[in-house]
Design a binder for this molecule. Structure first.
Ligand code: KG4
Ligand code: ZN
Length: 357
């Protein structure tokens, strides 16, 4: 029998990246990224210090055709050879999600190929499968601009949340600290670079709920503390010292909370010792280094996506599409975008004042 290759087109427009990827899969082989085009809108949102939904949606609309053509051209795949179209349907900005999902629906109709609606967070969750042999179950530490959670992952669509941030997401904390110091968006890469030149022991910053709340986390107090120091930042050296102190504090929190999450995970999966760290913040080298060290001590194997797959992209969306395609999990054309779409639907909402841990 002739070996059949599966080709999935992935589309991602949940926030400020217009991204399209073509993924190829041959039986028993690791999926191969034939193209992975990401067009960021940093220049559009930079002056606002954050993403403006309407501007983002308009830019997706202007570019989606072009980026899709570019991805197809780079992959050297004829559009008729595509087996399914996978698009992010949530969570994210409703006006942005709608652009990608509607475009995917139109392609699905015209090509007569199945539509697969993908949870963006599941894209991050599975992303290391593109570069390593990763098997279920595993502990996932998802650290992005909108989410910061520990989850036990038992299979496609099977998530149990162990801990979450009760206020800001980790990437959001980096972005806000960068904004306070008058740097541009996104702040993560900037703070990481500044911190290399700073004295990490200069400023003492708080570590909210460090000794309680299991693997739940809180970062809002750090941002407030940085805001209070704003007026004392006179020189570039001051800013580097603050960035380094901020990152050091973050790492101390992450190590402590990851250790707690490991203990919670192995209670449910005593023989599993795998940790996946994914999402935009997972591209931070210092965070990677420290989590690797912890995993060495804990006898855990650690998995990261390749750096270019940490921040938002469509290859990870195509990958979830492929996994769902194998199980024939297709969606109908009336599937609606889900601005809120938690991986663990049973998990309690733990945000805002008065949260009981
Ligand atoms: O996963 P992602 O691209 O988008 C979401 O799904 O949210 O993550 C974007 C976030 C931003 O907040 C950005 O500042 C942060 O990831 N980020 C970083 C680094 N690179 C991106 N944070 C810390 N260090 C980095 N090197
Ligand atoms: Zn993301």
């Amino acid at each position: 029998m002739k070996k059949k290759k599966t080709i999935i087109l992935g589309i991602e427009t949940s926030c400020d990246e217009t991204a399209v990827s073509v993924l190829e899969h041959e039986n028993n082989k690791r999926p191969k990224i034939l193209s992975n085009i990401v067009s960021s809108q940093f220049d559009i949102h930079e002056k606002f210090g954050g993403v403006v939904p309407e501007l983002a949606a308009r830019s997706h609309l202007e570019k989606i055709d072009l980026i899709t053509n570019e991805a197809l051209k780079k992959s050297k795949i004829n559009i008729n050879k595509i087996d399914a179209i996978a698009a992010t349907a949530g969570p994210g900005l409703i006006v942005c999600l709608s652009v990608g999902l509607n475009f995917a629906k139109a392609l699905s109709v015209s090509l007569r190929k199945p539509l697969i609606a993908v949870n963006h967070l599941e894209g991050h969750a599975l992303s290391p499968k593109l570069n390593s042999e990763l098997k279920f179950p595993y502990l996932l530490f998802l650290i992005s601009g909108g989410h910061t959670q520990f989850l036990s992952v038992d299979g496609l669509g099977k998530y149990k949340r162990l801990g979450t941030t009760i206020d800001d997401a980790l990437g959001e904390a980096y972005d806000k600290v960068s904004k306070i110091m008058n740097f541009t968006y996104p702040g993560g890469p900037i703070i990481e670079q500044l911190s290399k030149k700073g004295n990490k022991d200069r400023f003492k910053l708080p570590k909210p709920i460090f000794y309680k709340g299991g693997s739940n986390m809180s970062f809002a107090g750090l941002k407030t503390a940085v805001l209070r120091l704003k007026n004392s930042l006179k020189t570039n050296k001051d800013k580097c010292d603050l960035a380094a102190s901020f990152q050091k504090t973050i790492i101390e929190i992450l190590i402590k909370k990851t250790k707690n999450a490991i203990d919670e995970h192995i209670e449910n999966y005593p023989s599993n010792r795998s940790l996946v760290v994914a999402g935009g913040v997972a591209s931070n080298k210092e965070i990677r280094k420290n989590l690797k060290k912890l995993c060495n001590q804990e006898n855990f194997e650690i998995f990261f996506p390749n750096i270019e797959i940490c921040t938002d992209n469509a290859a990870m969306i195509a990958l979830v599409g492929l996994e769902k395609y194998k199980k024939k999990k297709f969606d109908s054309l009336d599937f609606e975008v889900k601005p809120r779409w938690p991986l663990d639907r049973k998990a309690k909402f733990l945000k805002g004042a008065g949260v009981k841990l």
